[in-house]
Design a protein around this ligand. Structure first.
Ligand SMILES: [Zn+2]
Ligand SMILES: [Zn+2]
Length: 363
């Protein structure tokens, strides 16, 4: 079966035939139907994220259950699922608390392997790893049952795939992590796949003012389509000054970072009014910040980390599909370009050039 494999950082991703073992106990074989092109995978290509290599990439997918291993009770062959890259074991302290995005089973598992510490993918007898556990850049993947989120069959799987990462992370960053209140003001730094969904989340939460900040005009145009009321091109003006000018000099009540640079991780705190909440959604930069702690102290500001939008996959993912059915959440408009698996490197380049809201690989 065909898969997109990264052997070394800063090299093209290779699409090739690899071998795969059948699912073991508690595992599911999935026939992948669609998989979104996410910046997290590109972070592996550039070496910002360092999971074990070689690896099958792909962290945003949906498909059909083909076969189940011993003991699987959640799904059966033929069921449609979204793949969640964080396991939800259902019985650890975080799962029972309703914070399954912090599931202990999932977060303590060694990256690149299935829960039993081995891989199902291999080539010439050598193991190939499973990026983000779900490894969706492949015609088939084996995942733990705890990563499957069953969904109704009436939702097209390419739309459902979006829920696997960008939509859940972005929308729930606004609704769950920041808990944006109706009538409030929100600044969103970065209008890529995640940022556009943070904007949608702020719309759904009833924010009055949604200010999108980016360096590319093409992305700011997407931001307006998804509900930004104001846009700021940080290449041309000082983003913080502009945000203050738009909010009576006070700053916004919520500032959400969806890029992952040191500058923007710091900027969100300066964009906030006193008492406001900043959320870090972009992958953390690998260098320390140089913040004046007084900004947080005197202004009683809150900073929140945001992993997978503080989502509870088996609750929030079907809820997001319900919002799509109710025409409240835009999914069709997100997929502005589709690709074959062979075109994965082109898909990454289009994402970097700001040509797409979200690229989707159809298998
Ligand atoms: Zn992702
Ligand atoms: Zn758990």
């Amino acid at each position: 079966m065909k898969a997109a494999v990264l052997y070394e950082p800063n090299q093209p991703v290779i699409v090739e035939d690899i071998e795969m073992d059948p699912p073991k106990e508690g595992e599911i074989l999935v026939r992948m139907v669609a998989t979104g092109v996410c910046h997290s995978c590109y972070h592996v290509v550039t070496g910002l994220l360092t999971p074990p290599l070689p690896t099958v990439l792909g962290d945003e997918g949906a498909g059909v259950v083909e076969e189940v291993g011993k003991g699987v009770t959640l799904v059966k062959p033929g069921d449609h699922i979204i793949l969640s890259w964080m396991e939800s074991c259902g019985h650890c302290i975080y799962c029972v608390q309703g914070r399954s995005n912090l599931c202990l089973t999932g977060s303590e598992k060694e990256e690149g392997f299935l829960p039993d510490g081995t891989t199902r993918f291999k080539k010439n007898g050598k193991p190939i790893h499973h990026f983000a556990t779900v490894a969706s850049f492949a015609e088939y993947s084996v995942i733990p049952e705890t990563c499957a989120v069953p969904i109704d069959r009436d939702v097209p799987l390419d739309k459902a795939a979006l829920i696997g990462c960008s939509v859940t992370t972005g929308v729930c960053a606004a609704t769950n992590t920041a808990q944006v209140r109706p009538g409030s003001s929100v600044a969103v730094f970065g209008a890529g796949g995640i940022g556009l969904n943070v904007i949608q989340g702020a719309v759904i939460a009833g924010a009055e003012k949604i200010i999108a900040v980016d360096l590319l005009e093409s992305k700011l145009e997407f931001a307006r389509q998804f509900g930004a009321t104001h846009t700021v091109n940080a290449d041309e003006v000082d983003a913080i000054e502009e945000i203050r000018a738009l909010t009576d000099g006070l700053g916004v009540e919520y500032a959400i970072e969806a890029i992952g640079t040191r500058t923007t991780y710091e900027q969100v705190l300066y964009a906030l009014r006193n008492g406001g909440t900043a959320v870090w959604v972009g992958a953390p930069p690998r260098e320390p910040l140089s913040l004046d702690p007084g900004v947080v102290f005197w202004g009683e500001k809150t900073v929140k980390g945001c992993c997978y939008g503080s989502s509870r996959s088996r609750y929030d993912m079907p809820r997001l599909l319900a919002l799509y059915r109710a025409s409240v959440l835009k999914l069709d408009e997100l997929i502005t370009q589709t690709y074959r698996l062979e075109d994965v490197n082109t898909a990454f380049n289009d994402m970097l050039d700001g040509k797409v809201a979200r690229g989707m690989i159809l298998l």
